[in-house]
Write a protein that binds this ligand. Structure first.
Ligand code: FCB
Length: 428
């Protein structure tokens, strides 16, 4: 690929390499509907989380129509997750119909020329698993391995790209620190650390299982990669806070699975590529008392923030550059496994998409081994604790009729995917 040369006429066209993966991402509980065997559903029924997923996008039945959309928009890849609780609804009992369902799903992707990127764990657990103590229990990685082994044997031949766990740090923070997601434990810091270690064990074991039974498997995990900055770089306390947060959120899991970005000779014991979910930056200030180290989010507008999404997340495309450069340091290919914006402002969505894809193209020109870009999300869906109010989709969903309506951005993205390039003049 020609390097990006600001002096030439072609400087506003970013060309992507042949085979670059373009697509969108989803996860089972957020789109499928009727996931009554998992812990989220149980907590929804008990009123312990604020919204019910119900039929969600009814994607469990409508997946072919949704994949038709992806194909019509020129995508060549699609990220989805398998719902462990459908495959193993009761401990040790496997549901043949659910395996058959996912076989059809994977076939439908292949038939449409969409490369599957398959997540094995995307926040939800079987209800039986959580009831018996979930990831805090010592035997949890073993139970997960048994599921992975079964999946590898039943579905392995149809998948190359695997993501073992989605955003382990987010799972741990939301489930064991803020307490907003199942198992809704608040400030359970000891268990939070323990669960992160269990998830790391689960990842390492899944990596080995997938490699043993699926020749050619390419295995990673999806890392939530916020860019963390101190509110005041001149204040030592803020700098320490930012460094501690960054260690917990951006380094620790890699360390636990035996990856080190040592300059010149990175070490990776159980990783073939790095999945990066990038949305925003976090500006942090030192707190007091117990919160001194992790601090708190700086809500002040003296940072002149970029536009905010309806989630309150700042649009900060420069952060994607920082993130890609940083994780390229592990010496592995990087796949953007999620990037997107919740908004009802279509101009903002378009700007978000174009500016982030531009950063991806520039990273490639700077020799970062980026292999794909997956937008979050294909369709509006059930956004965990905020329900269906967050509009992330390339298509809007009417949750009463299940009608999908393409947003303008779907066509913009399609132009990029089909041509495998970003012509910035077209989007000026
Ligand atoms: C990520 C999650 C995904 C979705 C987006 C908005 O943290 O992986 O499920 O909720 O955020």
């Amino acid at each position: 690929m020609a390097p990006h040369d600001p002096a030439t006429e072609t400087r506003r066209v970013l060309q992507f390499p042949a085979g670059f993966l373009w697509g969108a991402a989803t996860s089972s509980h957020q789109v499928e509907g009727g996931n009554r065997w998992n812990d989220w559903w149980e907590y929804e029924e008990q009123g312990r989380v604020p919204h019910r997923s119900g039929e969600a996008c009814d994607h469990y039945r409508l997946f072919e129509r949704d994949f038709d959309l992806a194909r019509s928009w020129g995508h060549n890849a699609h990220r989805l997750s398998l719902e462990w609780s459908r495959l193993e609804p009761a401990e040790g009992e496997w549901n043949a119909e659910s395996f058959e369902h996912y076989r059809r799903v994977l076939q439908a992707l292949t038939d449409r020329g969409l490369e599957p990127v398959v997540t094995l764990h995307h926040f939800t657990n079987p209800a039986w698993f959580t009831r018996r103590g979930g990831w805090a229990r010592r035997d949890s990685p073993g139970l997960f391995s048994r599921y992975v082994d079964r999946v590898a044997r039943e579905l392995g031949g149809r998948v190359t790209y695997w993501l073992t766990v989605n955003e382990p740090t987010v799972y741990v923070m939301q489930g064991f620190v803020t307490g907003e997601w199942p198992p809704c434990r608040k400030n359970a810091w000891l268990d939070a650390g323990l669960v992160l270690r269990r998830l790391a064990r689960a990842h390492v074991d899944a990596f080995r299982i997938l490699h043993d039974s699926c020749p050619g498997a390419v295995v990673g995990f999806a890392h939530s990669a916020p860019v963390i900055e101190p509110c005041s770089p001149a204040r030592t306390a803020d700098r320490i806070t930012a460094a501690v947060r960054d260690f917990i959120l951006n380094r620790e899991f890699f360390r636990l699975i035996g990856s080190r970005p040592d300059p010149g000779r990175p070490i990776n014991r159980a990783l073939d590529f790095i999945g990066v979910n990038y949305y925003t930056r976090n500006i942090v200030r030192a707190g007091s008392g117990l919160g001194a180290l992790v601090g708190r989010q700086c809500g002040a507008d003296h940072h002149d923030p970029g536009p905010l999404s309806t989630m309150g997340w700042e649009m900060y495309p420069q952060g994607l550059r920082v993130t890609l450069e940083r994780f390229a340091g592990y010496g592995l290919p990087v796949l953007i496994t999620e990037n997107g914006v919740a908004t009802e402002d279509e101009e903002l969505r378009r700007r978000f998409l174009v500016e982030h894809v531009a950063v991806a193209g520039e990273a490639l020109a700077n020799r970062i081994d980026l292999i794909g870009y997956l937008y979050w999300s294909l369709i509006d869906n059930f956004e965990w604790a905020v329900g269906t109010s967050a509009k992330f989709g390339l298509a809007a969903v009417d949750f009463r009729t299940q009608e999908r309506r393409a947003r303008p951005c779907a066509e913009d993205f399609a132009t990029i995917c089909r041509s495998n390039r970003l012509d910035l003049d077209t989007f000026a």
